[in-house]
Write a protein that binds this ligand. Structure first.
Ligand code: DGT
Ligand code: CA
Ligand code: CA
Ligand code: ZN
Length: 582
């Protein structure tokens, strides 16, 4: 399937067009839209092209069709190569810095001939940027911060990307009869929001390693073998991520899984407790300090945790943040799971910038076993995402009511993701908000305001009686931008007082509210609402990422509003609302 590669190329075209001096806005939007549509297709683009069904995809006109057909036939898009020749390659990387768009990148190139991030760093450090018209000392500082942020992230990949890559490997290797079992390990298994390298364990009987090793080297994604021993191999993938695969005998598999899942801090603390009990723990098993020849356990992880006298600790909690003490006292949280989820709070339909209709989204949610789905299209001022005018919103409400009359087995709730404007007011009047089943208030503009301004703005929204939830509360985008400045503790305290929920936005590059703050929210008595922010039905899958964040934040079913059935959901609605979802 070449979907991802094609989407990436179309995105690059959009980015490069932004550097050009002509007004290309419409072309840029068209390429971005097409990239998103192709990235979320459920089938291979090759098949669609071969069967002449490209025209069925919304937003793909004759020009895009031509480029896509060319790419499928040759693997190249000439137009992209041409654009690349016009601009130095480093400019794309410069544009990916927070706060540096095509306009600034272009000025930097034309005035100071800056064409790489290194050159930009040097110029900013030497104070040369402030001489450019429209730049100031502040811009210089922001650029240095953005470069620092990017290098901190650099080399790490999104959890979702790591999961997809690792799953491909597991699917291939599992076909080998010598492979008895496979498990993710490391930060990937702990579901950290970003992953440095991918760790995978294979259960293989002693003597059977050779064929598995050969198969690892032959994996299609392997670009380079970094290191290879008898039972361990490290490779570099074609997308530049390192993958460590270890082959482990069944009798040590649990011990190895425990060891290589980490975190390092968790393991250090666990070994300390083992030592106090006269035990020693390594990647092969758990032994008595006095007789290291007899293993007391090692086949399963459960054996290890039992031997040191504590409850089994789920991988998502293994960060040495109190889980060991809780396991000793048999007081671990009963973590929320996917099977507890009854609905999704944050989705977009074709009414705003989603790819699928309300009906299509609802049917997919029904197949996932949900009882309800909230469709939260954007509000009027967000023109770039086709925000809805109050008139269009009326039409949408009517469509939702008509849909619910059909009793398909799932209830659609008509919501909106309403912009919190720069002054803290909302993007719809109360009369409009009152007609909605669920209101998420989000910040999409004015990121440069001070912490005080942003916090006040969010608090104004939280205290508004018609707001149910605050969307992606910190505005961060992993690896792209740090988010706006906000006093999280103040926000949470206000949310508790007004019984307004805080979103766990499960979009792969958001995962916002972050795990550590979820735990704080729970401790403060704030409810959380998971929203996938799906812009297509496939993206409803992101619920698993939202669950991972919730679990890493120690959250249990009652902490998460998605576990409410429809009746309880309607009952908790604020009294000011006129119910019409059912
Ligand atoms: P990452 O890859 O940076 O996202 O984070 P991890 O946690 O996956 O770290 P990684 O890949 O270096 O190692 C995987 C696990 O293996 C780690 O969580 C704990 C264990 N481990 C690896 N090397 C050592 C070591 O030298 N000492 C200890 N205590 N544990 C180690
Ligand atoms: Ca790792
Ligand atoms: Ca590793
Ligand atoms: Zn949003």
């Amino acid at each position: 399937m070449k979907n991802k590669e094609l989407a990436q190329k179309l995105t690059e075209i959009a980015e490069l067009l932004g550097l050009s001096s002509q007004d290309n806005r419409f072309h840029i939007v068209a390429y971005e839209r097409a990239a998103r549509a192709i990235d979320s297709l459920p089938e291979a683009i090759e098949t669609i092209v071969a069967e002449g069904r490209l025209k069925d995809i919304k937003g793909i006109g004759p020009r895009l069709t031509e480029r896509i057909v060319e790419f499928i036939a040759s693997g190249h898009i000439n137009y992209l190569d041409e654009l690349k020749r016009q601009f130095p390659p480093g400019l794309l990387e410069i544009m990916s810095l927070q706060g540096v768009g095509p306009k600034k990148a272009k000025v930097l190139f034309e005035t100071l001939h800056i064409a790489t991030v290194e050159e930009l760093h040097t110029a900013a450090t030497e104070g040369k940027l402030r001489s450019i018209a429209g730049f100031g000392e502040k811009t210089e500082q922001n650029i240095l911060q953005a470069i620092a942020f990017k290098s901190r992230f650099s080399g790490r990949i999104l959890l979702h990307t790591a999961q997809e890559t690792a799953q491909d490997i597991v699917t291939t290797l599992q076909k080998n009869p010598a492979v008895l079992a496979m498990q993710f390990a490391g930060s990937l298994r702990r579901s950290r929001e970003t992953v440095g390298d991918i760790d995978i364990l294979c259960m293989v009987e002693k003597g059977n390693e050779k064929s598995v090793m050969e198969q690892c080297i032959a994996l299609p994604l392997v670009q380079k073998v970094l290191a290879k021993g008898d039972t361990k191999i490290s490779v570099l993938s074609d997308s530049g991520v390192q993958i460590d695969i270890r082959l482990i005998e069944p009798r040590s598999f649990g011990a190895a899984l425990q060891y290589f899942t980490g975190s390092k801090e968790h393991n250090v603390a666990l070994r300390g407790i083992a030592r106090d009990k006269g035990l020693t723990l390594n990647e092969y098993g758990i032994y008595s300090l006095t007789d290291k020849t007899i293993a007391l356990g090692g086949r399963t992880e459960q054996e290890i945790y039992e031997a040191v006298g504590m409850a089994y600790i789920p991988p998502v909690l293994r960060e040495n943040r109190g889980e060991i003490e809780a396991a000793v006292h048999r007081a671990l949280p009963l973590l929320v799971e996917l099977k507890d989820i009854r609905g999704d709070f944050h989705t977009h339909s074709t009414y705003s910038d989603g790819e699928d209709s309300i009906e299509t989204m609802a049917e997919d949610a029904r197949l996932r076993g949900y009882e309800w789905i909230v469709i939260t299209d954007h509000s009027q001022s967000l023109a770039i995402a086709h925000g809805l005018s109050p008139e269009t919103l009326e039409r949408k409400i009517a469509e939702v009511q008509a849909y619910n009359k059909k009793k398909t087995g799932i209830t659609v709730l008509c919501g909106s993701e309403v912009d919190i404007l720069a002054d803290g007011t909302l993007d719809y009047p109360d009369a409009v908000l009152r007609q909605l089943d669920f209101v998420i208030a989000s910040i999409h503009t004015g990121f440069k305001q001070t912490e005080d301004q942003i916090t006040r703005r969010i608090i104004a929204a939280i205290s508004h009686p018609l707001v149910d939830c605050i969307g992606h509360p910190t505005g961060r985008l992993l690896g792209e931008r740090e988010g706006y400045h906000i006093d999280i503790e103040k926000m949470l305290a206000c949310a508790r007082d007004h019984r307004t929920a805080i979103e766990i936005n499960a979009s792969p590059s958001r995962l916002d509210l972050q795990d550590i703050y979820c735990k704080k929210a729970k401790d403060m008595g704030v409810k959380l609402a998971i929203g996938t922010d799906a812009h297509s039905l496939q993206q409803l899958d992101y619920m698993t990422l939202g669950i991972a964040v919730a679990q890493r934040g120690w959250l249990e079913s009652p902490d998460i509003l998605n576990t409410l059935n429809l009746e309880d959901f309607n009952n908790r609605q604020k009294l000011t609302r006129e119910p019409h979802g059912v």
